[in-house]
Write a protein that binds this ligand. Sequence first.
Ligand code: UGA
Length: 435
Amino acid sequence: MKVAILGTGYVGLSTGVSLAEIGHQVCCIDVDEAKINQLQQGISPIYEPGMEEFLTRNIAAGRLRFTTSHRQGVAGAEIVILAVGTPQREDGSADLTYLVEAAKDLAAYLEQETIVVIKSTVPVGTNDEVRKILEANCHEDVSVKMVANPEFLRQGSALKDTLEADRIIIGSDHQQAASKVKEMYSPLKVPCMLTSVRSAEMIKYASNAFLATKISFINAVANLCEAVGADVTDVAKGMGMDKRIGNHFLNAGIGYGGSCFPKDVKALWHTTRNEEVDFGVLAETMRINDEQQVRLVKKTLKRFAGDVSGKKIAMLGLSFKPETDDMREAPSIKIAQELTKLGAHVAAYDPVATKNAKRVIGESISYADTLLEAVTDADAVLVVTEWQEMKQMDIASLGEVMKQVIIFDGRNCLDEEQLRNCKNIEYHPIGRPAI
Ligand code: UGA
């Protein structure tokens, strides 16, 4: 099948390489010339495990192309996928500017029977709006059939999540268009659910909001565990053994970040306000998350009797989660800002996100080239992102370089056996008894 994809961000690129991998002829279009030049050479603009291997293999096989020309990209395509960003506006609603622009750019090149798939995360009703824009700007003999096909991939495991998804949601009011999109995915052997356009749009937001709520719920349980002397890891494990609850997304920590959950929960909240529908749990999910992001700062402050000024605090991890260099809404931002405000000297280390972090956090903190450099002479260590390197660090040797070994583990990721065997350390996890 010939497929064109507009937008080469996380979603567009992962979809493009995955569709090429299963045998389709894919052309990815982006207005960013520098990005397209890089992609043509097999260089990924994002840090994503496996991406460059997929790019190289499929470009070499002649199944994957990149262009800035809509005319070239769309020519002969049976399916056109829109995968541009839908960032957050100041009021929390989704900004559809890029999508509207992409639809306008695309319209003139649509051929007679084109199926237009929206993969971007969009508020309910957007497919209808985009169809109107396309119809208003395309040739009169073109018939546009819209399909809402949201994406459920996670950064860091984007390709695996696309190729081995739990489900594929295909929302369309045209049976034929839905069948064609289903056929495009058929080599994947992933269950497809066909539904209406609006239900498909809603499934995406409801799924992300539910997962975010699950995280805020377990974080609230963690805080309660600390107060009553229970262990949230065991509590989550015990809860998760009930199939109705499930054991995923119950890791307590310092709150969710990234480019999706914070934005999508806010956008859904915005929709509930517009529609005057009461959905208070969303507001509570966001409130708990805001508080949780500074939980480590509060713990550190308490440990140092309310004064951290002049202390060197090593912050291990900057990206919002491991296996990505993405800093969007990363808890590290708030943690760095709060500690700096309190007069602490923050020395941060991250295996891949430092360059991006410098742009977001700036020079108010220092950036170490190695984990060892960050922890040397530190008064405390804060584990902020659960990179393998942090999980595997030699805790026993910290005593040789730190002033005193005090660890605040925001991800409950350090090896408990190692911790118990270490002398003269203080360990403060989230929702679990300190060691
Ligand atoms: C999320 C969803 O998981 C994907 O299904 C969805 O497709 C994507 O958003 C999107 O809408 O595009 P992503 O933001 O890449 O994916 O990352 P997640 O792995 O979901 O993690 C999000 C945040 O939640 C991270 O900050 C992570 O540390 C946090 N988290 C996750 C927890 O604090 N606890 C958990 O148990 C799980």
